[in-house]
Write a protein that binds this ligand. Sequence first.
Ligand code: HEC
Ligand code: HEC
Length: 437
Amino acid sequence: MHGIIALVFLISSNVQAECLPSESGNFSHIEQADIMQGRYSLKELLAHGGQFFIQKPNACDGLGRPATTGTGEKRVAIQPAFLRTSGPDSNSCSGCHSQPSAGGSGDFVANVFVLAQAKDPVTFSVAGNQSNERNTLGMQGSGSIEMLAREMTHDLQSQASNLADGIHLLKTKGIAFKIEKRAGKVTRAWGIDSDLVIKPFHQAGVVTSLRQFTVNAFNHHHGIQAEERFIGDFDEDGIDREMTIGDVTAATLWQAHLPIPKQMMPTDPSSIRQVQQGQTLFSQTGCAECHTPALYLNSGKFTEPNPYNPANTWHDITQTYQIALPGKTVAAYTDLKRHNLCDDASQPNPVRFFCNEQLSQGRPDQDGHPGTEYFITRKLWDVGSSAPYGHRGDLSTISEAILMHGGEGRSSRDTFASLTLQEQSSIVAFLKTLQAR
Ligand code: HEC
Ligand code: HEC
């Protein structure tokens, strides 16, 4: 027995955690080259990817990041093994993304204190000047969302490159984006960054791909570093190669492949009529101006990696792997554009519920202000199964979330408020039929 343990320590002499053979390796690993050579079936790849989401890594897998912040910088101050605010904050992705199934949304208790993970020293405070508190999103259908964003980015960038200086309205898939060009460059853009890359992930709309989010999240939540971004034992926990490029590909495909949310119709005729009335009123009330009922893909495939990934995320498109998406119609009820739902504080009875955040998350508005009021139009295709509501998850009913729309959503919100209770109720009844599985 002693001989076996000694051998384990000898083989991995820099391992600080005591990894007994029976405890090591909750995560197994694969290589991208083997994926590309077709050594795994899609089913095997998805099973491999799913383990990263559902299994709980331990110290022997590289859990923890003693020398690294949750945004990936070298850390100076001591980092507690786990901390609800600055992280590592959980044992597995599905610890938060669990409703109604793994990969789904989360309870208020699963909120994340976004940007607290960057702190060195860590913060023990949940106050709004330390982090932006956000509720867990469901990622069913994210493969289709990422492909829509890529196709729209391609359209926007190619249209903009051919335009002269001045203010222009670009259109992609029916969604309009206003931009200003000066000296041949896009200098201002409304509802999107001036690089014209649609970043569909995070409620703030600041992350380009599932892969980029996955690499961020494994470091942030669990202290597991992907070797495509972190060299060697960057976090100094004694474990190397915590996630290979092939592992991140598989974890990304697992998320992209989750079943798409869909409408679950009631069966009795009067409820069906109510839902149909609500669906019509939803458009007539102006909701569909931002919550676009459906966008249409040109391609029915999800390809990994995303060519628009930033430099710190793997994007070698000569090693592209592709899978089929469930269809080309994406009924997600979003325009993938950022909007400001804040009334001006000086107007009478301003609606400012969603204007609670203090920390900038790298999304300046068109005038270079921090943009803390801007959120990407929330996908509603799973709203019937994703309570609680609002970016902080502090609203328990759909109607409260609707009535909190100020700013760009104010006139639509007021129209909703002026409907009869029966009509308002039918809009909510319609929204409740939209569910993730
Ligand atoms: C402590 C809870 C928690 C854990 C653990 C967690 N997440 Fe999340 N996740 C969130 C929250 C909250 C959001 C929304 C963040 C925001 O809007 O700023 C989110 C958003 C996401 C999104 C973007 C979805 C979208 O539509 O914008 C992806 C992708 C994601 N998480 C992947 C992961 C992966 C992969 C893991 C495991 C490494 C993980 N998450 C672990 C809470 C969590
Ligand atoms: C100007 C664009 C815009 C319009 C118009 C608009 N919304 Fe929204 N909606 C948003 C944005 C942005 C969010 C995210 C708000 C947040 O959490 O900060 C949102 C969030 C929501 C939510 C919360 C969803 C969740 O899961 O938390 C619901 C429900 C909703 N909208 C329904 C509606 C309805 C119904 C209408 C019409 C009466 C409407 N919206 C009109 C942009 C809009």
